[in-house]
Design a binder for this molecule. Structure first.
Ligand code: CA
Length: 178
């Protein structure tokens, strides 16, 4: 399953850029323009990661972060804060409020995608632990076995590594050399 990312950003141009790049990377993206929309969206569906702008109209990113961390059912959603405020004090405040990572604007999309992947690897052990899953496929790194729809599939060592690699980045396209 592609990781679902909820993006809260009120700058239209940045919103479009984030949606384009995250979708191209194979993520499922939901966009919210403000804090109220975000809190509503969170009631309907729990994302795998929240990308949150700090400076938002009405409810700030920091306030959303605080509310997410205060609710048992949402507490474990990883959060990356985006902000124009680069001072160390703000950075510490962001992390103290419960953000997992912090990016200062302007940032490069390459860096943002790397941070997103890193946070997801930490938060979703199915992507980095002993078990990887995709749809009805379960790959067990410890026993080096693959099951699909509860039936074991026999794969060779190279096929196993290839499948493992593909499962870690669903939706990503690789060249033959890679
Ligand atoms: Ca903003």
């Amino acid at each position: 399953m592609a990781a679902r990312i909820l993006v809260t950003e009120d700058e239209e141009a940045l919103c479009a850029l984030l949606e384009y790049n995250l979708t191209r990377e194979g993520f499922e993206v939901t966009l919210c323009r403000n804090g109220e929309e975000t809190l509503d969206a969170l009631k309907d569906e729990k994302p795998d990661l929240l990308l949150l702008d700090w400076m938002l109209p009405h409810v700030s990113g920091i306030e959303i972060c605080r509310q997410v961390r205060a609710r048992a059912e949402m507490r474990d959603i990883p959060i990356i804060m985006l902000t124009a405020r680069g001072e160390e004090e703000d950075r510490i405040r962001g992390l103290d409020t419960g953000a997992d990572d912090y990016l200062t604007k302007p940032f490069s999309m390459t860096e943002l995608l790397a941070r997103v992947r890193a946070v997801l690897r930490r938060s979703r052990p199915t992507l980095s632990g002993d078990i990887a899953t995709f749809g009805d496929i379960i790959l067990d790194r410890e026993t080096r076995r693959v099951r699909r729809a509860d039936r074991e599939i026999h794969v060779g060592p190279t096929e196993f590594r290839l499948l493992d690699c593909l499962l870690q980045r669903p939706g990503r396209v690789y060249s033959r050399e890679q």
